[in-house]
Design a protein around this ligand. Structure first.
Ligand code: GRF
Length: 203
């Protein structure tokens, strides 16, 4: 199976997927890592691993439709079976999302449906929740609202600030996203009639 990963920045989730794919010998390869910014930190790391990388710069396109069309053209050159959003900070058009329906996952640093959007850890601390976490979900047109595949829960500690909570959640993300991606490439996870279907011990 071909995995294509999209990112905008640091790329630590991308790294965790790349490393698990090779360490656990998934029936898959990382076909490409694509960023919307040439200076995305994760891109340099991926290139240093010998992975195919590309930049589709959103600033070089007149509007979202043009950007998404160029992005999809680059992605499709790599014939993706699975497209992973890994800190990809662009809103995607409905047409783009439909094109990858059932084969695009995202990771979000909250226990969805709580705290979609930006500043999730700030939102969680302000709400006073005692548990936080991360969610992997299939991507649908409504931001951070697709069918939930897997979640990881971490405690919120009384003295947490945003950075401390973010670090604890991120460590959980690095276990959760590779696990979900592996289920998918092993055929143990699919989207059927808009609902998550997990087969044979994907849990
Ligand atoms: C992660 O917290 C992820 O959940 C969110 O953006 C952050 C990306 O971090 N969507 P990284 O680039 O993977 O290090």
């Amino acid at each position: 199976k071909n995995i294509v990963i999209l990112l905008s920045g640091r790329g630590s989730n991308m790294r965790s997927v790349v490393q698990a794919c090779s360490a656990e010998a998934w029936p898959a390869r990382i076909a490409a890592v694509i960023a919307n910014r040439p200076d995305a930190e994760g891109l340099a790391w991926a290139a240093a691993q010998g992975l195919a990388t590309a930049v589709v710069d959103h600033r070089a396109h007149a509007d979202r439709e043009a950007f998404d069309a160029a992005l999809a053209a680059e992605i499709d050159r790599h014939q993706p079976d699975l497209l992973l959003l890994a800190g990809f900070m662009r809103i995607l058009t409905d047409g783009f999302v439909r094109h990858y329906a059932g084969r695009m996952l995202n990771i979000h640093p909250s226990l969805l449906p709580a705290f979609p959007g930006l500043h999730t850890h700030r939102q969680a601390l302000a709400a006073g929740v005692q548990a936080a976490g991360a969610t992997v979900h299939f991507v649908t047109p409504q931001l951070d609202h697709g069918p939930i595949v897997a979640q990881a829960v971490v405690p919120v500690r009384p003295d947490d600030d945003e950075a401390a909570l973010a670090a604890r959640v991120l460590a959980a993300e690095h276990r959760l996203y590779p696990m979900a991606a592996r289920w998918f490439v092993e055929g143990r996870l699919a989207l059927a009639q808009g609902r998550v279907r997990q087969l044979d011990g994907a849990s």
